[in-house]
Design a binder for this molecule. Structure first.
Ligand code: G4P
Length: 193
């Protein structure tokens, strides 16, 4: 997606060699016009898949996921990293380890929101080590829901997440694919949409 690549070039910043800061338009301040274009790209990529739910994980997956869910006209569910006061029903639960933050979170979705009739599109802002997406696939599996695909805004293709998800056998559509953040430069390979 050229508009996303251009924006990363313009407003993205490299931190500590392998972390890309995109807080000016995705992860903190949000550009809704760009989000709408991102959602349209995911819609075009998955419109034949019969999607019934969009699933993401808090926090920064929520914004692109809700824009995408609106395009499909389906609900968006975000897995929670802490149990909310009102979450008193049966839960689907798994552990997600963040390599970047070096913490393990227990993530959950109320069982009542996913069922074996659901065809799920998983959306997340970054694909790095793939642990977040793998955890979401596991929650869908616990509900016997089928995962039709994974939509990623920014894939760090030099990290192992993409390979991990392809080995699981899920279709991955990444709008921007970064091959390197070395020497202060953001290098791209061709995106999937
Ligand atoms: P994964 O997301 O593929 O599982 O890989 P990893 O364990 O490395 O990522 C952990 C967290 O770090 C994720 O956020 C992910 O979005 C974020 N992340 C990974 N690489 C980058 C990067 O280059 N830039 C930025 N800005 N974030 C990155 P999270 O812990 O799930 O939560 P949240 O930050 O959305 O709340």
């Amino acid at each position: 997606m050229q508009a996303l690549v251009d924006r990363i070039q313009k407003d993205g910043n490299i931190l500590n060699g392998d972390v890309l800061k995109v807080d000016a338009f995705i992860t903190h301040q949000v550009d809704p016009v760009l989000m709408e274009e991102i959602a349209e790209s995911f819609y075009q990529a998955f419109k034949e898949a019969g999607i019934t739910k969009v699933v993401t994980i808090e926090a920064s997956g929520i914004v692109p996921a809700v824009y995408t869910a609106q395009k499909f006209g389906v609900p968006m569910i975000y897995a929670r990293k802490s149990k909310s006061l009102t979450m008193n029903e049966e839960l689907l639960t798994t552990e997600v380890y963040s390599f970047t933050k070096q913490v393990t979170s227990t993530v959950s979705i109320s069982r009542k929101f996913l069922s074996k009739e659901d065809k799920v599109l998983i959306i997340d802002d970054f694909l790095a080590n793939g642990q977040a997406a793998k955890g979401l696939i596991e929650l869908c599996r616990q509900a016997d829901a089928s995962v039709e695909g994974i939509g990623i805004l920014i894939e760090k293709s030099f990290q192992p997440g993409r390979k991990l998800l392809e080995e699981i056998g899920v279709k991955v559509v990444s709008l921007a694919r970064i091959s390197s953040l070395e020497n202060g430069k953001i290098a791209f390979i061709e995106g999937d949409a």
